[in-house]
Ligand binder design. Sequence first.
Ligand SMILES: [Zn+2]
Length: 107
Amino acid sequence: MDVLEALTDTITRADKAADQFGVTPSQVADSIRRVHALDQHERVAYAAGSVLGAIIDIAVTHRLDCRQEDCPTCTAIRDGLAANLASLRTLRTDAIERRQAEGASWR
Ligand SMILES: [Zn+2]
């Protein structure tokens, strides 16, 4: 699966979930305006950071209520946290390297 296919698949799944949770078109439009003001790197960081923030909120709430030994929600939260932490750490490393390269170009 290439990047475009992966994004389209994820957007389709997110659209269905958004419908189920009552996300309004104006909420999406507000986020689009915020994202358009960002450069490419900031957009990736915004997407990864906002998803991880939501996962953390869900994880904390679910953990307080969950009593299942083998819980599929806990598994999904664990997988999502691992993937997003890896993405965020990679993005941070990339940002540090870009900053250092920009600093070097000024000398
Ligand atoms: Zn659970």
